[in-house]
Every structure is written in structure tokens, then in C-alpha cells.
Design a protein around this ligand. Structure first.
Ligand SMILES: *[C@@H]1O[C@H](CO)[C@@H](O)[C@H](O)[C@H]1NC(C)=O
Ligand SMILES: *[C@@H]1O[C@H](CO)[C@@H](O)[C@H](O)[C@H]1NC(C)=O
Ligand SMILES: *[C@@H]1O[C@H](CO)[C@@H](O)[C@H](O)[C@H]1NC(C)=O
Ligand SMILES: *[C@@H]1O[C@H](CO)[C@@H](O)[C@H](O)[C@H]1NC(C)=O
Ligand SMILES: *[C@@H]1O[C@H](CO)[C@@H](O)[C@H](O)[C@H]1NC(C)=O
Ligand SMILES: *[C@@H]1O[C@H](CO)[C@@H](O)[C@H](O)[C@H]1NC(C)=O
Ligand SMILES: *[C@@H]1O[C@H](CO)[C@@H](O)[C@H](O)[C@H]1NC(C)=O
Ligand SMILES: *[C@@H]1O[C@H](CO)[C@@H](O)[C@H](O)[C@H]1NC(C)=O
Ligand SMILES: *[C@@H]1O[C@H](CO)[C@@H](O)[C@H](O)[C@H]1NC(C)=O
Ligand SMILES: *[C@@H]1O[C@H](CO)[C@@H](O)[C@H](O)[C@H]1NC(C)=O
Ligand SMILES: *[C@@H]1O[C@H](CO)[C@@H](O)[C@H](O)[C@H]1NC(C)=O
Length: 803
């Protein structure tokens, strides 16, 4: 491990400094934000990047397990993903408690998911870092906390149920949330109640299957009454084990599992259940559980989880003075959600043997490269380095960098090979920490040069055309591999940026020829630019004579958009508005009936040339016209959707046109109106925390141009923000002078100093964070000339030699 002398001299911020209640970030973390309205956030108990993620599962919008809707609770399960747009993930082997079986007959208990589903009592949910609890309508209180690979539950039962004494029964069902289980097995120990077993499941947004194993132990002051298994809706105390399969007809598979029952001879009857999980074996699941939570101590496990979170948050310090609770909660909850995934499965990967770390739930890199990984790089660079090592090791053993990966399986690629951006981002920022950059470079070059036979799950399609024509033709003829032959525009602009990132790595590694080759290919986005293409939007008018509404349209006045292009060089046509909210919004999802852009239209993608915004601004008719178009995109109702990750960049592109004040203006337009502390407070799927990372970075006032060593400067939403490097131990401070916590108007930088010296560039690089320093911004009521001169703009390929 690489330890600098500096790290020894400058102590890291300690968790203890955070025990000051008035500034304790825990009071501002609400894990329930984004649990309705499609946020799909996992609000349960987890450690930072932990594998065990425990929560109550509902039978409604259960992508993240729980939702704050009126769904029924169907179980308490131990692993989840957060914020996914795909199907529900994981949720394997749920437990379900019942206070007793009517007539004390085990067959009168409810075994199937449909029969046992129970509402919660409204107002009983408690969620905080490392903890989740609620009370079922059956008056059973359920609490959960976790360690890295083990979930711990405390079920407290009522003394009586319908006049009968409680004889608590807890079942474990061999299902998962998507209902994907095929074969599985379980056995229950008659003397201890220990259950062990396994099952085969499918990933939620990818191909293949995975096997998962568990080990459940029960601890109670109560006497064990009986144990057994169940199949379909019948249960018995013999046999003590079963093996089951998909019957080929029922989907999901026929319910099966095991149960334990206690004599409720204590008040209140309470049972603690410890569930270890492992991808390796049930023996390892038991060993994980025994090692991590030896004494079933719920409170101690909860406290350890809280300590782990405090330590992770400690590198960030905020002066909250004057800022309201809404904004504090948006900031800290967003940072918290950024550290749910990727999940650390080191030691839990049965696919290959390696000394390298193994992370999973890169779900998906298309979402996470823009905000999540740059934020982790700032607040927890050591974890980011381990994630990069894991990506490179996955390349080593699977042959390709993943674009999306979950549950040990390959997930679907949505656009470019965007792991290239993640690697480049860490590389150009100087992250070292035992990363094998030689192999990392080999991996990104393979993305650019070798087409995989199935490019729907890795790499890129259309590489022959890419090198021959310099774009992905809408009618591409490509026999080298298969994938959805759609998205020719969005794939072209993403491949171009991926190639820029490779060229940046090549430059720093001294591979001159590669650097030139990929720099040239990074200009390919312009090959789909149709200079005379215009765009109309719908506009209704009222007929003055009849008063009737007449549906019509008007020209937006902006010329030049990305358009599909055929193999023969002729342009095709896709309405630039298609797949923006104003026109057939959902027509560009990931399937073979899709269009030439992905989850958005040409209006959105025509702004995507992050490495050469200067050239794009020229194509859009110069800075003034560019700014007018970008403002039009933000200001026209339902033109731009901020709830999908490609839109993040559009908030900040004003910097490239010399108008950094407008970036600040629009950041405040969206936060808190679209990113707030309500249950619905995320405008789209959180996608493993991507939305949370966006609002947190925006509020820090430093927008990372992911893949480049560039942060665009806007005023933080707080008087002062400190970030202490986990590698050098140095602190970077961004401070607002003339800070106005009510944000009435004072959000524009008038002038700035870096370590006391005037600073006019509207961007800064990563050395600010590794070396530390103070960036002081003086704010005022009006846009100023700060950061507007050509020399102050962030680097662009066509105007800057190198960044
Ligand atoms: C706690 O935080 C408040 C506000 O940030 C500060 O005024 C106070 O001095 C702190 N107290 C301690 C004991 O650090
Ligand atoms: C509980 O809350 C949900 C929405 O959160 C609501 O639909 C339902 O009616 C409430 N139930 C009761 C019994 O109030
Ligand atoms: C959990 O795993 C992380 C690595 O992801 C490790 O740093 C941490 O020490 C582990 N926590 C415990 C309590 O073992
Ligand atoms: C699952 O458990 C059964 C019973 O112990 C065992 O025979 C089987 O090999 C296990 N499957 C896997 C994939 O480990
Ligand atoms: C389930 O069956 C498949 C195919 O026979 C096998 O590969 C897998 O190991 C089995 N899994 C379990 C958990 O038994
Ligand atoms: C655990 O913590 C709860 C709440 O803080 C407390 O009421 C309870 O007494 C504690 N239990 C033990 C065994 O320490
Ligand atoms: C930021 O760090 C500086 C020292 O590096 C310290 O003086 C200041 O109080 C810190 N600010 C906050 C908000 O904790
Ligand atoms: C125009 O009117 C139609 C019919 O009332 C409505 O569906 C549509 O949303 C309106 N469009 C705009 C842009 O206001
Ligand atoms: C190019 O191909 C497209 C699609 O096949 C066709 O519509 C167009 O006419 C062709 N252009 C020329 C110049 O041949
Ligand atoms: C909070 O954010 C959601 C999602 O963007 C939005 O629909 C809602 O109007 C916002 N609520 C408030 C009070 O700003
Ligand atoms: C918090 O402050 C922001 C910025 O002034 C404002 O938009 C928002 O409405 C405030 N929220 C509450 C609940 O006061």
C-alpha cells in the first residue's frame, strides 16, 4: 500500500469531530428520499459499498425492495440494488414473521408470498444509515441492521394474536424479487433452527444466471417448538430439507422454503435472525455471519454500521449556517446514496481466482461515470482505486471491461464503452494506489479496436464502420457482432468521447501514435452534424373567432442538429424533438425498435462533445447562439428532462461559452425544485446514486467533466465546503464571501482567489484536492466578468494544446 509522508504528518479528519449534534450529517440523511415517483432508491440497512443490504420488500414498485407507497410487505431480504431502471434486483431468500398459526396448526400459517402479504402501519417506518424498521399490520415490529455480508433482524411479536398466545413462526422463502429462481435447496436443523441453502437466479438487467447461498441462524430466549419445510402452500415438520426446481410451467417457480416456530413464553416474544450470504458456498455464508456478528448483538452491530458511515462521511465538512434543512438533506442524502454501490464482493467471486478486489453492481456505468465515480474519487479515492482495479481485473478474466454488471453477470450496454471514461478520469487525476494502468490502457484500447461477438453486453458495435466512415451508419452492415442496431447517433457521440479519453490516457503514457489516432477519432461526433437541420416544437394557438384551440407548431430558430446518416453518406432524418418529453418521450428505450438516440433526443445529444465544446459552439453559431439554445432547452417546458443522467452536463455547459453565472443560475433552478427532501424528491431513477451524486456535486460547486482533469466552478450552496483527501490528508476549502443563505439572488461569482492570489479561470483541476488549498469566491447580485475571457474557459481540443 502506498502511504505518503504527508499522510503521516497531517491526520485525517476523525469521526469524533462529527459527534457535534448541530453539524451531525446523520440528522440530514433521509434514506427514504426517492422511494416513490420512480426513484427506486434502496432505503434499507447497508454499510458503505456493502454486499448485505437489508430491507422490507413490497409487492409494488420494488426495484429497491421497499417503496413508500401503499404496497404490501412480502418479506425481509438481505441483498438489493438501488435506483435501478431495469427490473427488480436480488431480494433473495426473504424471511417473513407471523405471530402464530390459527388453531396452532402450522398449515394455518401463510406460506406463499400472495397469502402472507401484509400492509405496514403507516408512520412506523424508521430509516437511517445502517438501520431500517417498521411495524406490520399484524403488530410485529421488524428491525434490521447489517455488517458487510450479513443481515441481522430483530422481530418483536405481540403477546397474543386474535386472543391466542403468540407462537412466533418465521419462514424463509427460496424466491427473489423478480421471481427468477429455478433450482434451489434448503435444510433446517431441528435442534437449532439453522437454515442453509442455495438457489439459482437471473440478474435484473443482463444475461446469464448466478448462484447464491445463505445461512440463517435464530437466537431467542424462547423455546424452539418445531421446524420444517414448506412447498406451495402446505407445510410439515418432516422432512427437514428439500430440493426444488422450476416446473417449467409456473413462473415464478412454485413457492418453497423452511420455517421455525417458537413457544411464545416470554413477553414480548422476540427473535433475532442472522442471515449470512455468499456467492461461494453456504459454508462461507455461515462463516461470514459467525465472523462478522458472533454474538447476535443487534445494538452493537447497528453502532458499528453507524461508525462505518461516519468515517466515510468524515472527509466532507460543511458550514451549514443559515441554510435550511431541505438543502442540507439533499446534500447529505445524495452523498450517502453515492456510497451504496458498486458493492464490494471481494472474496465472494466464484468466477475467477485473484488477489485483486472484486466489486459488482456497476449498475450501470452509463449512469455512474458522469457523477458517481467522480464524487467517490473526491471523497473516498481509496475505494475508487479499488473499483478501478476491479474493473481492470474483470477485463483480465472476462476479456472486456463491463459497461454494466450486476450479480456476477454481464449487464446491458446502453451507449458507448463508458468504463473508458471511468478509467481515464482516475488516470488523469493521478490516482495510483496499486492500479495496473498498463493493463487498464490495454483494456480501453481493446474497446476501441476489437468488436465483441455480443456487443449488447460489452465493448462497441459497428467498429468497422467507425474506422472506415467515422460514424455509426443508421443502416450499418456489420456481421462482426450482434447488439441492438439502434442509437446510431448517441453511440457515435459516446464512442467519440470514449476515444478522446483513450487519447488522453495515451498522451500521459507517452503513446504518441495512439494519442494522435484516438484524438482524430474523437472528432467523429461532427460527422453526424447536419448543419442546415432545423427543429419545430408544438404550439397551440387560440382561434380568435371561435375561441377553439388550434394545434400547430413553430420553428425554434436553431439550426444544426445531429442526424442519422446512411452508409452512403446521405443524411436520414429523425425529428430532433423525438424522445424529448414533448414528443414520444419513451420511444428511445433499449430495444431493437428503438431510434437513433437513447433515452433522449437529438436536442439533448447535440450538446454532447465534452472534449471539444469550443468546436461545438462554433457549429451552433457562436457563443451567443449557443447560450440562447441552451437556455431555450432549459426554459421551454417539457423540452429537457433533468431526470436522466445525460442532462446533467447541460446545466454546466454555459462555462464553455464564457457564461459561468448561467450554470449557477440553472443549478439553482433544479435544486431544490427537482432534487429535494420529499419522498418523491428525485426526478428519475436514482441509478445507484447518480441523481444523488449530481445534486451533491452541484451543491459543492465543483462539476467534474468526467474523463478530464477539469472541475467547473460555481458557488457552493453553503458558506464553506471542505474536502479532505483520503490519500494525501490535505484539505481543499471552497468558501463563499458575501454568502446569502436565502439564495434570493446572490449566486454569482464577482471575483475569486486561490490561496490568496487572484484566480480568473472558471475551472480548476484535481491537484486542488490532492494538494489542498483555499478557493475563495466573492459573490454578488449580478453576473460579472469573472471567468468569461477566452483564457479563462475550460480546455477544448480545438483551442487548447493539452489539458
Ligand atoms: C458544534 O457545531 C456548532 C455549529 O457548527 C459550533 O458552533 C460549535 O462550536 C460546535 N461545538 C463543538 C463542541 O465542536
Ligand atoms: C397509508 O399510506 C398510504 C400512502 O403512503 C395510503 O395510500 C394509505 O391509504 C394509508 N393507509 C392508511 C390505513 O391510512
Ligand atoms: C467492510 O468492508 C470494507 C471494504 O469494502 C472494509 O473496509 C471494512 O473494514 C469492512 N467492515 C468491517 C466491519 O469488517
Ligand atoms: C446447493 O445445495 C445442495 C444441497 O446441499 C447441494 O447439493 C448443491 O450442490 C448446492 N448447489 C451449489 C451450486 O452449491
Ligand atoms: C442449478 O442447476 C444448474 C444447472 O443444472 C447448475 O449449474 C447450478 O449449479 C444449480 N444451482 C444450484 C444452486 O443448485
Ligand atoms: C438497544 O438499544 C435500544 C434503543 O437504543 C435500547 O432500548 C435497548 O435497551 C438496547 N438493548 C440492549 C440489549 O442494549
Ligand atoms: C475547513 O477546514 C479548515 C482548516 O483546514 C477549518 O479552519 C474550517 O473550520 C473547516 N470548515 C468547516 C466547515 O469545517
Ligand atoms: C395542445 O393541445 C393538445 C390538445 O388539447 C394537448 O394535448 C397538447 O398537450 C397541447 N400542446 C401544447 C404544446 O400545449
Ligand atoms: C443513400 O441511402 C439511402 C438509404 O438507402 C437512400 O435513401 C438514399 O437515396 C441514398 N443516397 C444516395 C445519394 O444514393
Ligand atoms: C421535489 O422533487 C420532485 C421530483 O423532481 C418534484 O416533482 C417535486 O415537485 C419537488 N417538490 C418540491 C416541494 O419542490
Ligand atoms: C430552502 O431554501 C431554498 C433556497 O432558498 C428554497 O428554495 C426552499 O424553498 C427552502 N425550503 C424550505 C422548506 O424552506
Amino acid at each position: 500500500m502506498h502511504i505518503t509522508t504527508l499522510a503521516l504528518l497531517v491526520p485525517l479528519v476523525t469521526a469524533a469531530q462529527f459527534l457535534n449534534t448541530s453539524s451531525d450529517p446523520f440528522s440530514y440523511i433521509d434514506p427514504l428520499i426517492g422511494t416513490v415517483n420512480g426513484g427506486h432508491v434502496f432505503p434499507g440497512a447497508t454499510l458503505p459499498f456493502g454486499m448485505a443490504k437489508a430491507v422490507a420488500d413490497v409487492n409494488t414498485e420494488n426495484q429497491g425492495g421497499f417503496a413508500s407507497d401503499n404496497g404490501d410487505i412480502t418479506g425481509f431480504s438481505h441483498m438489493h440494488d438501488s435506483g435501478t431502471g431495469g427490473g427488480s434486483s436480488l431480494g433473495n431468500f426473504p424471511l417473513f414473521p407471523q405471530a402464530g398459526c390459527p388453531g396452532d396448526d402450522v398449515n394455518n400459517c401463510h406460506f406463499t408470498e400472495r397469502d402472507r402479504a401484509t400492509k405496514r402501519i403507516n408512520g412506523t417506518v424508521v430509516a437511517s444509515p445502517g438501520y431500517f424498521a417498521l411495524t406490520l399490520n399484524t403488530l410485529i415490529r421488524a428491525e434490521t441492521t447489517v455488517s458487510n455480508h450479513t443481515a441481522l433482524y430483530r422481530f418483536i411479536f405481540p403477546d397474543t394474536i386474535n386472543g391466542e398466545t403468540s407462537n412466533p413462526l418465521i419462514l424463509l422463502d427460496l424466491k427473489d424479487l423478480p421471481g427468477s429462481r429455478t433450482n434451489a435447496s434448503i435444510s433446517v436443523d431441528a435442534s437449532t433452527g439453522r437454515m442453509v441453502g442455495n438457489g439459482t437466479f437471473s440478474p435484473s438487467f443482463g444475461i446469464g444466471t448466478y448462484d447464491l447461498h445463505f445461512c440463517a441462524d435464530f437466537m431467542s430466549g424462547l423455546k424452539l417448538k418445531d421446524t420444517g419445510v414448506f412447498m406451495n402452500n402446505r407445510a410439515g415438520s418432516e422432512p427437514k430439507n428439500l430440493r426444488t426446481y422450476a416446473d417449467g410451467i409456473d413462473s415464478p417457480a412454485v413457492p418453497a422454503g423452511a420455517w421455525v416456530q417458537y413457544n411464545g413464553d416470554e413477553s414480548p416474544p422476540e427473535v433475532i435472525v442472522r442471515v449470512g450470504v455468499s456467492f461461494m458456498s453456504s459454508a462461507q455464508a455461515c462463516a461470514n455471519a459467525e465472523h462478522e456478528i458472533p454474538s447476535f448483538d443487534f445494538n452493537a452491530t447497528h453502532e458499528a454500521a453507524e461508525d462505518a458511515w461516519r468515517a466515510k462521511l468524515a472527509p466532507v465538512q460543511i458550514d451549514h449556517t443559515g441554510v435550511n434543512t431541505t438543502l442540507r438533506k439533499v446534500f447529505w442524502s445524495g452523498l450517502y446514496r453515492t456510497m451504496l454501490s458498486p458493492q464490494d464482493y471481494t472474496g465472494e467471486n466464484p468466477l475467477w481466482e485473484s488477489e485483486e478486489p472484486y466489486y459488482d453492481s456497476f449498475y450501470c456505468i452509463w449512469d455512474s461515470y458522469r457523477s458517481i465515480h467522480p464524487l467517490i474519487t473526491l471523497v473516498d479515492p481509496k475505494s475508487q482505486a479499488r473499483m478501478v482495479r476491479s474493473l481492470i481485473d474483470t477485463y483480465r478474466h472476462e476479456g472486456w471491461l463491463p459497461d454494466c454488471r450486476m450479480s456476477l453477470c454481464k449487464g446491458y450496454t446502453q451507449g458507448g464503452s463508458n468504463a473508458d471514461v471511468v478509467l481515464s478520469d482516475s488516470f488523469v487525476k493521478g490516482l495510483d494506489e496499486d492500479i495496473d494502468w498498463k493493463t487498464g490502457y490495454e483494456a480501453v484500447v481493446k474497446d476501441a479496436e476489437v468488436e465483441p461477438p455480443i456487443w449488447s453486453v460489452e465493448g462497441r458495435g459497428g467498429l468497422a464502420s467507425w474506422t472506415k466512415y467515422g460514424y455509426i451508419p443508421v443502416d450499418d452492415f456489420d456481421t462482426a457482432g450482434v447488439g441492438p442496431f439502434t442509437r446510431s447517433i448517441s453511440r457515435t457521440v459516446e464512442y467519440a468521447y470514449n476515444d478522446f479519453c483513450i487519447s488522453a490516457m495515451a498522451t500521459k503514457l507517452g503513446h504518441e501514435d495512439d494519442a494522435t489516432k484516438y484524438r482524430q477519432r474523437s472528432g467523429n461526433w461532427a460527422n453526424l452534424w447536419q448543419a442546415d437541420r432545423t427543429s419545430v416544437i408544438p404550439m397551440n394557438t387560440t382561434d380568435p373567432a371561435t375561441g377553439a384551440v388550434v394545434q400547430g407548431q413553430k420553428n425554434t430558430g436553431f439550426t444544426g442538429f445531429l442526424q442519422p446518416r446512411y452508409l452512403n453518406g446521405t443524411f436520414g432524418s429523425q425529428d430532433p424533438l423525438l424522445c424529448q418529453p414533448l414528443l414520444d418521450f419513451t420511444a428511445c428505450y433499449l430495444n431493437s425498435n428503438g431510434h437513433e438516440t437513447y433515452e433522449g433526443g437529438s436536442w439533448l445529444y447535440s450538446f454532447y462533445a465534452p472534449h471539444d465544446m469550443a468546436a461545438l459552439i462554433v457549429r451552433m453559431g457562436g457563443a451567443e447562439s449557443f447560450v440562447a439554445r441552451l437556455q431555450y432547452a432549459h426554459d421551454t417546458p417539457n423540452l429537457l428532462y433533468i431526470g436522466d443522467e445525460q442532462a446533467f452536463l447541460l446545466v454546466y455547459l454555459f462555462h464553455y461559452a464564457g457564461r459561468p453565472a448561467l450554470s449557477s443560475h440553472y443549478a439553482h433552478k433544479y435544486i431544490p425544485s427537482q432534487f429535494n427532501d420529499t419522498l418523491a424528491g428525485i426526478p428519475g431513477n436514482d441509478d445507484s446514486g447518480a441523481m444523488g451524486a449530481f445534486s451533491t456535486l452541484a451543491m459543492m460547486g465543483l462539476w467534474p467533466m468526467s474523463g478530464q482533469n477539469v472541475y467547473l466552478i460555481t458557488p457552493p450552496f453553503f458558506r464553506e465546503v471542505n474536502i479532505t483527501s483520503g490519500i494525501t490528508g490535505r484539505t481543499a476549502t471552497v468558501r463563499n464571501a458575501n454568502f446569502d443563505a436565502t439564495y434570493s439572488t446572490s449566486i454569482y461569482i464577482q471575483h475569486a482567489t486561490l490561496n490568496g492570489k487572484p484566480y480568473t479561470r472558471n475551472w480548476i483541476d484535481h491537484s486542488f484536492f490532492t494538494e489542498g488549498g483555499v478557493l475563495e469566491l466573492t459573490l454578488g447580485l449580478k453576473e460579472s466578468t469573472w471567468g468569461t475571457a477566452d483564457a479563462d474557459l475550460p480546455p477544448s481540443l480545438s483551442t487548447t494544446e493539452s489539458s
